[in-house]
Design a protein around this ligand. Sequence first.
Ligand code: BDP
Length: 358
Amino acid sequence: MTKKHPRIWTWFIVSLILVVLAACSSGGGNTSSSGGNTSGSGNTSSGNTGDNNSASDGPRYTFRLAETHPAEYPTTLGDRKFAELVNERTNGRITIDVFPSAQLGEERAAIEQVQLGAIEFTRVSTGPMAEFNQDFGVFSLPYIFDDDDHVWRFLLSDAGDALLDSLQGSGFQGLAWYSSGSRSFYSSKPLNSIEDLKGMKIRVQENQVNIALMDALGASATPMPYGEVYSSLQTGVIDAAENNYPSYYSSGHYEVAPYMILDGHQRVPEVLIVSKTVWDKLSKEDQEIIRQSAIDSIAYQREKWAEYEKESETMVRAAGSVITEVTDIKPWQEAVKPVIDQYRDKYADILAAIDAAR
Ligand code: BDP
């Protein structure tokens, strides 16, 4: 008898604690609503000393950014710089966690998740973006840029900004471009000239323009996610792939495809994007901080890109890759002309803007 009362009290107290805890957790820490949690609310992680300005006011968010490359790769370094600037400029109110090495999925899957709003941000190549916004296919057209400076003059022009904004129609907001150099072919078999590509199964980034491009070279296009290329080269599922020096090196592809020919057929820039669903819920001030931070991270990414491009070339040469220079690019440009002819009308306006940036 005497034991019963204390047990009832214990249950009562435990229930009371649970109710109080539940009430606390639903009231605070709401990272995605636009109401609630304004300034001064338990700012424990930002080190904010109380000198609040408008950047500190507003909801707290923790977002995810999907990145296919490993932690030390220049795009990942750019992502992290971007995240750091956003965090600083909101006094710790907005955190963007960068997930490298395709931890959140391969690029195409990550883009789909961002489109749905399940992942907030991603940095991807404009190659696979072409399947989500056709205008982006222009970057897969061969030999349309003279060099990297030409690419950047275009990307930073009004036409480049318009392309970023055109992503709104596909469920994204484009934030900034990053460098990606030029792409060349590499194979497990010797590559001495354009003729050697004939009949090869070549892995390409997943879009239609690349299929036309491989046809024009007499090769057969095998679109597949980046993460599958190493084993596919190793097992002979494909004969060749193509990429820039940094990816050729960091992915280890040079180990299984030691022959590279420097034809530089494409310059396919990288792009930093955010889900439109997420973007539309942000205040104008937060949008401005995020957009400006993305733009301000470009210089750092380009600097890291230039360093890593040299370093990766040195590393693959030291590892014994056989790198063939192309002395006359004309036969290559001639061979891929049907691709340009096929897409000239579709991309007339963008191609005109690219010409104007020469
Ligand atoms: C690299 C891009 C990466 C792409 C990869 C590819 O940085 O985003 O996933 O090429 O070929 O250059 O798929």
